[in-house]
Ligand binder design. Structure first.
Ligand code: ADP
Length: 263
C-alpha cells in the first residue's frame, strides 16, 4: 500500500512554544499517560514553563491524573482563544474538559483533526519551554494529523518489555520513520520494568527482562531509562496526584529520565 501524505514542509511550530515533544506508545495500558504526567511535572520542578496537550481524544486520562473534575471545569476565553487549565504548574488542555465523565467520544477523523487544531492554535499557551503531547496508542488518524500539523522536536516512546507491546511499538517506530512524516525518536522508556517481591525483596521481571533494552539496540533507539512497577505509582495516579510530588526517590528517577530525554 502506498501511503500518500502531504509533505511536512508546511509544518509550523507555534510561536512562543520552544519545544514540542510527543509521548507515544504502541499498546494502550503501558503507562504512557502516567509517564507523560510525571515528565510534565518534573519539567516544572526543573524550572521550565510547561504545557500538556492530551491528544488521546478517544480515551483522555490526563484530567484524572491531574485530579481535574470534568464537570467543574469552566474554560475561560480570552481574545477568542481558550485558556488552558493549570494544575501542579502544568497548563493542560484535554477533550475531557468538554465531555461529561464517562461520556464516549464517537467522532470521525475530520472532527478529531479540527479539535486538535483548536487545541494547538486556538489555545492561549503563552510562552512555553516545552509542550508535551500525549499521543493515543497505535498508529491512526490522530497521529497522522499531529505529525503533519506540528513540528516536533521528537517523540519519546513508552513500552513494557512484553513481546506484544514491543510488536506494537515496532509499528509505531515504522510510522515515525516514514520519510514524508519523519520525526526524530528521542528515545524509549521502559515502564513497569520489574516488581519487587514482598517476600524475597528480589526483582521480578513480570513483563520479561531486557525486552526494551534489546529492542532499542536493534532499532538504534536511545534507551532513556526504566521505571519499576510500584503500587504507590498506581495509587497516586488514581488519586490524581503526580507521584513525583510525593516521593523523592521516584521524583529523582523522573528528573533523570527527563534530563536524558531533553539532552
Ligand atoms: P496508558 O496511557 O499507556 O494507557 P496509563 O498511564 O493510563 O497507561 O496507565 C495504566 C495503569 O497503569 C494506570 O492505572 C496507572 O496508574 C498504572 N501504572 C502506570 N505506570 C505504572 C508503574 N510504573 N507502576 C505501577 N502502576 C503503573
Amino acid at each position: 500500500i502506498k501511503i500518500e501524505i502531504e509533505s511536512n514542509s508546511y509544518k509550523k511550530i507555534k510561536s512562543g512554544i520552544k519545544n514540542i515533544i510527543a509521548i507515544a506508545s504502541g499498546k494502550g495500558g503501558v503507562g504512557k499517560s502516567t509517564v507523560a504526567t510525571n515528565i510534565a511535572v518534573s519539567l516544572v520542578q526543573m524550572g521550565f514553563h510547561v504545557g500538556l496537550l492530551d491528544a488521546d481524544i478517544y480515551g483522555p486520562s490526563i484530567p484524572l491524573m491531574f485530579n481535574i473534575k470534568e464537570e467543574s471545569v469552566k474554560l475561560q476565553h480570552q481574545n477568542g482563544m481558550m485558556n488552558p487549565i493549570t494544575s501542579y504548574g502544568v497548563k493542560i488542555i484535554s477533550i475531557g474538559f468538554f465531555s461529561k465523565y464517562g461520556q464516549a467520544i464517537v467522532w470521525r477523523g475530520p472532527m478529531v483533526t479540527k479539535v486538535l487544531r483548536q487545541f494547538l492554535y486556538e489555545t492561549n499557551w503563552g510562552e512555553l519551554d516545552f509542550l508535551i503531547v500525549d499521543f493515543p496508542p497505535g498508529t491512526g488518524d490522530i497521529h497522522l494529523s499531529l505529525l503533519q500539523e506540528i513540528s516536533l522536536k521528537g517523540v519519546v516512546i513508552v513500552s513494557t518489555s512484553q513481546k506484544i507491546a514491543l510488536s506494537d511499538v515496532n509499528r509505531s517506530v515504522g510510522m515515525f520513520r516514514i520519510g514524508s512524516i519523519y520525526v526524530p525518536i528521542l528515545g524509549i522508556i521502559e515502564n513497569m520494568s520489574y516488581v519487587i517481591s514482598k517476600e524475597t525483596k528480589k526483582k521480578c521481571y513480570f513483563f520479561g527482562k531486557n525486552g526494551v533494552k534489546n529492542f532499542s539496540k536493534e532499532m538504534n533507539i536511545f534507551f532513556i531509562g526504566e521505571i519499576p512497577m510500584l503500587q504507590t505509582i498506581r495509587e497516586y495516579s488514581d488519586l490524581g496526584i503526580p507521584i513525583v510530588l510525593e516521593n523523592k526517590k521516584i521524583s529523582n528517577l523522573f528528573i533523570n529520565i527527563t534530563k536524558n530525554m531533553i539532552k
